[in-house]
Design a protein around this ligand. Structure first.
Ligand SMILES: Cc1cc2nc3c(=O)[nH]c(=O)nc-3n(C[C@H](O)[C@H](O)[C@H](O)COP(=O)(O)OP(=O)(O)OC[C@H]3O[C@@H](n4cnc5c(N)ncnc54)[C@H](O)[C@@H]3O)c2cc1C
Length: 369
């Protein structure tokens, strides 16, 4: 990452271009297959996969998002919810980045409330027709295959489908002018009677609980992205403060600057421990959704404070993408929001520790009673 990716990332980030020529290099890291065993995937422990994701994010958050799209969403979805034939057909090339996949849950009108999604799956001879819209879907404009979550028009259940690039009726348009993770190509996706053969329906997705099995792991992986970003910002600030002088002394010699560095370091140590604990809870089968939501919410909140301090410490250079810190500052914003916003993850944990769900305003809950 430091040798091959760091030198080129600012230019790609500035231009909001997908780093196509870096993909074979990212593939050699062997991380895209994550924890999946077999089918060309490395079968890493969750802890190893999470720490690797953080190390990638330490250098570049967009690249970590591109890897996690495979390692934490697309590949686990097929591994946990797919048929044997689907695993054999799709996983080896996804794990080696020979094909690129994406995960399409969010819709224009259903973001935090994704379980109410409206994209419809209607049974037709030999397969299904998908109709609806998706929003924010990472990699969708360049993906070879898209996992589309849709509502079965007959049963009202949520189902999952593999849609191939170029399928008639499928259109993905890049969302322009993002301020963070600019290399990731997020798109608006329109599905107009897109035909999916029966063999490309994921048999293991029949409810939002099934989707949550994928999120259980992906939320931990996403919790490690802010940790990696914060480590990268700390490294840069530490170096910068020792190199740059003001008032005849290195910036590192000023007590106020030292306090900020130490505050960053303390928070990073705590974040690593939270991330580590999450991995161990998951690996021992004891992790609840409240645990992973708290972890993701908290690391992303802490990292927001760290990147702000870092931005401050670099003075004017703290707003230039070239110095990593401004880029990290911007990249953290979408991470604070995706995989459940800070608020929604707090409410998931709040529900678990109080036994009371508070997602819907009281007036709606009352009107349904
Ligand atoms: C860069 C980026 C990449 C993404 N990639 C993908 C992807 O690859 N695939 C995919 O499916 N999705 C993806 N998403 C979508 C992401 O998961 C959603 O943006 C996220 O779930 C929030 O939904 P929303 O943007 O519609 O915000 P909204 O749901 O409209 O929320 C707006 C605000 O209201 C708050 N809010 C909402 N409901 C409640 C409530 N009940 N109580 C309290 N506060 C509430 C939220 O916390 C937030 O602050 C991506 C998003 C971004 C920005």
């Amino acid at each position: 990452m430091e040798k091959e990716i760091a030198p080129i990332m600012t230019e790609h980030w500035e231009k909001a271009e997908f780093p196509f020529h870096a993909i074979p290099k990212l593939a050699t890291l062997g991380l895209a297959g994550g924890t999946t065993k077999g089918y060309g995937c490395p079968g890493l422990s969750l802890t190893a996969s999470a720490i690797s994701a953080a190390e990638v994010a330490r250098v570049d958050a967009s690249c970590s998002a591109i890897i996690l799209m495979h390692a934490a969403l697309v590949i686990p979805a097929i591994d946990l919810c797919g048929s044997e034939a689907q695993k054999q057909k799709y996983l080896p090339s996804l794990a080696q980045f020979k094909t690129i996949g994406c995960w399409a849950l969010t819709e224009p009108d259903y973001g935090s409330d994704a379980s109410s999604l409206r994209t419809a799956a209607t049974k037709v001879p030999g397969g299904w027709h998908l109709d609806g819209q998706k929003r924010w879907i990472g990699n969708s404009t360049i993906a070879d295959m898209l996992i589309i979550l849709a509502r079965n028009a007959d049963t009202n259940q949520l189902n999952g489908f593999i849609v191939k690039k170029g399928a008639p009726g499928l259109k993905a348009t890049k969302i322009e002018n993002k301020i963070g993770l600019r290399m990731v190509q997020n798109g608006d996706v329109v599905l107009n009677k897109v035909f999916v053969p029966d063999e490309d329906r994921l048999p293991g997705i029949n409810s939002f609980q099934d989707i949550n099995k994928v999120f259980a792991m992906s939320r931990i992986m996403v919790a490690w992205q802010p940790i990696g970003i914060s480590m990268g910002v700390f490294d840069m600030c530490h170096r910068y403060l020792k190199e740059r002088k003001q008032f005849g002394a290195p910036l590192a010699a000023f007590q106020l600057n030292q306090e900020k560095l130490v505050r960053m370091l303390g928070d990073i140590q705590a974040m690593v421990l939270v991330g580590w604990r999450l991995c161990k809870l998951y690996e021992s089968g004891k992790m609840t959704s409240g645990h992973s939501s708290l972890g993701k919410a908290w690391t992303s909140k802490k990292a927001r404070e760290i990147v702000s301090l870092g931005r401050e410490l670099l003075g004017g250079n703290g707003i230039l993408a070239d110095f990593l810190v401004a880029k990290a500052f911007c990249d953290l914003e979408p991470i604070f929001t995706y995989e459940g916003t800070y608020d929604i993850n707090s409410l998931v944990t709040g529900r678990e520790i109080t036994g009371v769900a508070s997602f819907k305003p009281a007036m709606l809950v009352k009107s349904r009673l």
